[in-house]
Every structure is written in structure tokens, then in C-alpha cells.
Design a binder for this molecule. Structure first.
Ligand code: CA
Length: 253
């Protein structure tokens, strides 16, 4: 257990405990990382394999997860995928001896936020942990609706872990929709936000871009995320959430 002195990186936000989960089977490394993070003021839980780690992830809201890729019971990337399927998905820092560019890319593509190759110095680990915690604060850098994930930093989009290539304007529209998930956005709002101008004549172009987006993001999947809101514009939401919302509106009259 550690002293609950919240690390100051939270930008004035008083948060008593920042909880970090370390999933690592090599006891020496797990202890080294846990001790170091605890002395830096974080509260740390450790898990020695993927199953134990996932159990903790389900039971506790962590602010960050440090994840080893080579675990005795399952591939760390599999663990990452399961973490990413959760509604509240904390940043994940991958730790691995597999330093090859390929593994790094694979990890980042599947939704890891950073990657540190073994061997590493604790100072470097701590710097990355702090950066990840800091950047998670004001606006999420990673947006998720159902299995659709948009990484605002790397400008990457995946659905069911499958990479999707988007043109810059398509990306901007999707990002805007996802930041306003569950809220109908008018064509004018989208034009003003994405094209940065106030011009009614452009609103038709929104329909064209939404069509492109749907063909890339929705068409191949049974669950449609982009919805047309009649008389308003467009909205992104999972089908379950959307029908919940509609039912509520009907009840409200
Ligand atoms: Ca290992």
C-alpha cells in the first residue's frame, strides 16, 4: 500500500488515488515496477497472468494498466483486446521484450497507448506513465463507440480491431460525431466544425461524406453506428443505446 498523495500531474484535479494495474508474470520485474510506482505515489495492484489481470480489470476502475505481452496463460494482445472491449478502458502501456517494430505496431494498432521495450529504466517507465495519465485528463485521446475506436493522436480508426483508412475530412467528421456521441448534430454544425466556415451551400457535402463514412465504418458490420436523425442530421451511437434513448423520448411524450 502506498501513501495516497495524488501525483501532481492531474492538473489541480484532486484525486486521492491513482490506481495502476501491473500485469506481468516475471516476479522480479513486477516487483520492481510496483515498488517504483508506489514510491512515486500511485496505488498499485499486480497480476501474474492474463486471467488474474482481467479479473482485476473487471472489478476495479484503473487509471492505467501496464501490460506485459508474454504471459503464461494468454497472449498479452488478447488481454489488451479484452480490456479495450470494456466501456471504461484505461490507457495501456505495453511492456515487452519483443522490441521488434512489428510487435510495437501490432500493439499500438490494437489500442495500446504506448510501448516500452525491455530492458527499460524505471525513470523512463515513470515518465511514460505520467505522460499517459496526464493526457487522459482533459479530452479523451481515444474515442470509442461500440467496437469502433478512434485514436485522436495517431489518427487511426479501427472497428473490431480491423484498421480503417479514412480521408482527413472523413476522420474529422467521425471524430466530431464520436466526441458528441448520442447527440444529433445538424449538417450546419458539421460543416462549421469540420470545414471551419459558415456556408449553408456546403451542407449537401455532409451527406456525401457521411455516405463515404458509412461505407467504411458501417457497411461491413451488422451493427450500424451512424444514424440519420430525421429533420436534424446525424448521430453516432450503438443500436442498443439508441433504442433506449428513443424509448425514453417516447415515454416523455
Ligand atoms: Ca512475461
Amino acid at each position: 500500500m502506498s501513501a495516497p498523495q495524488g501525483p501532481s500531474e492531474h492538473g489541480g484535479q484532486t484525486k486521492e488515488q491513482t490506481r495502476i494495474l501491473v500485469i506481468e508474470d516475471e516476479k522480479r520485474i513486477a516487483d520492481f515496477v510496483a515498488r517504483g510506482l508506489e514510491s512515486a505515489g500511485y496505488t498499485v495492484d499486480s497480476a501474474a497472468d492474463g486471467a488474474a489481470g482481467l479479473e482485476l480489470v473487471h472489478a476495479t476502475d484503473y487509471d492505467l494498466i501496464v501490460l506485459d505481452l508474454m504471459l503464461p496463460d494468454m497472449d498479452g494482445l488478447k488481454v489488451l483486446e479484452k480490456i479495450r472491449n470494456r466501456k471504461l478502458s484505461p490507457p495501456v502501456l505495453i511492456l515487452s521484450a519483443l522490441g521488434a517494430v512489428d510487435d510495437r505496431v501490432k500493439g499500438l494498432e490494437r489500442g495500446a497507448d504506448d510501448y516500452l521495450g525491455k530492458p527499460f529504466s524505471f525513470t523512463e517507465l515513470l515518465a511514460r506513465v505520467r505522460a499517459l495519465l496526464r493526457r487522459g485528463q482533459p479530452t479523451p485521446e481515444r474515442l470509442q463507440v461500440g467496437d469502433l475506436i478512434l485514436d485522436c493522436i495517431r489518427r487511426k480508426v479501427t472497428r473490431s480491431a480491423e484498421p480503417i483508412e479514412l480521408a482527413p475530412k472523413e476522420f474529422s467528421i467521425l471524430e466530431y460525431l464520436m466526441r458528441n456521441r448520442g447527440r444529433a448534430l445538424s449538417r450546419t454544425m458539421i460543416v462549421e466544425h469540420v470545414w471551419d466556415m459558415d456556408y449553408d451551400g456546403l451542407t449537401n457535402i455532409v451527406d456525401v461524406y457521411i455516405r463515404h463514412l458509412r461505407s467504411k465504418v458501417d457497411d461491413r458490420w451488422p451493427e450500424k453506428l451512424i444514424h440519420t436523425v430525421r429533420g436534424v442530421g446525424y448521430m453516432i451511437e450503438t443500436p442498443e443505446k439508441q433504442s433506449e434513448q428513443e424509448a425514453e423520448q417516447q415515454r416523455a411524450g
